[in-house]
Design a protein around this ligand. Structure first.
Ligand code: DC
Length: 246
């Protein structure tokens, strides 16, 4: 029996079709749903890699601001895409975001970046290029699986993933969590900013409703550990149904 017939991994050069692909856990959800911290904790628990796709949209917005380019000028942004030297750590224990040799892990969370990131994310050419990079990063992971989180992972980036989850929480719960993270801003300002960003982003991709086959985990009444446990539970149930991943 050949390796292809037994579905075993093989190291034959060029025989990529039979190499076992990493198990992709796709997680989408709105801002403030706790997606990033939950996804990272789930990755640690499963000994999987972790891919924060929002960080790359943020890093591109940071790069454009750094170069003095207006993120609203789609033509200029598209022309700059080949120069976007982006790197991200996909080991949950070693998370970093870099543009060229600059570490931007913290800088991309600044309000000046958050304020313009939706302008960048709405450009189809930007999405296509970043999606290409996400798929390459997922395929290259040295872990047995990877938790990839964002807004369109379950629908566009990895629609064939064996595990697809929409992580939601009521708007009130999301605003409460966000304002605790950003102590310098008033709850009202945080709420307004969150709502307007979700509105802008959801015009581009629908991350408020679960697509067919996507499991919803509602964290409104769950604490952090309970949310992580609920997501791990979905991963275990789904991978038991499809043992060889997708
Ligand atoms: O999850 P986040 O707040 O770091 O995401 C930053 C922005 O990037 C957000 O405004 C929406 C956008 N985004 C997207 O359009 N598609 C993704 N897969 C991830 C993020």
């Amino acid at each position: 029996m050949t390796a292809a017939e037994t579905n075993e991994p093989t190291d034959l050069p060029g025989d990529l079709g039979t190499a076992r692909a990493p198990v992709v856990v796709a997680i989408d959800g709105p801002a403030g749903s706790g997606k990033s911290s939950v996804s990272r904790a789930v990755a640690r628990e499963l000994t999987f890699g972790y891919l924060d796709t929002g960080a790359s949209y943020r890093a591109l917005a940071w790069d454009l601001l750094d170069r003095g380019i207006d993120p609203a000028e789609a033509g200029t942004v598209i022309a700059e895409l080949p120069n976007f030297a982006f790197a991200i750590g996909t080991d949950p224990a070693d998370y970093y975001v870099r543009v060229g040799s600059t570490d931007v892990t913290d800088a991309i969370r600044e309000p000046r970046v958050t304020g313009v990131v939706s302008l960048v994310a709405r450009i189809p050419e930007v999405r296509a290029e970043l999606n290409r990079r996400f798929r390459a990063l997922m395929a290259a992971t040295s872990f047995g699986g990877i938790v990839a989180e964002g807004r369109d992972i379950t629908t566009v980036v990895a629609p064939d993933a064996p595990v697809r989850i929409l992580l939601t929480a009521s708007e009130e719960a999301r605003m409460g969590r966000r304002s605790k993270e950003l102590t310098s801003e008033s709850a009202a300002a945080v709420g307004a900013a969150l709502r307007s960003r979700d509105e802008a982003d959801s015009r581009v991709v629908d991350f408020m409703n679960a697509a067919d086959g996507v499991t919803t985990v509602d964290s409104t009444h769950l604490d952090f550990d309970q949310t992580v446990a609920a997501v791990v539970d979905v991963v275990q149930t789904e991978t038991a149904r499809t043992p060889h991943g997708g």
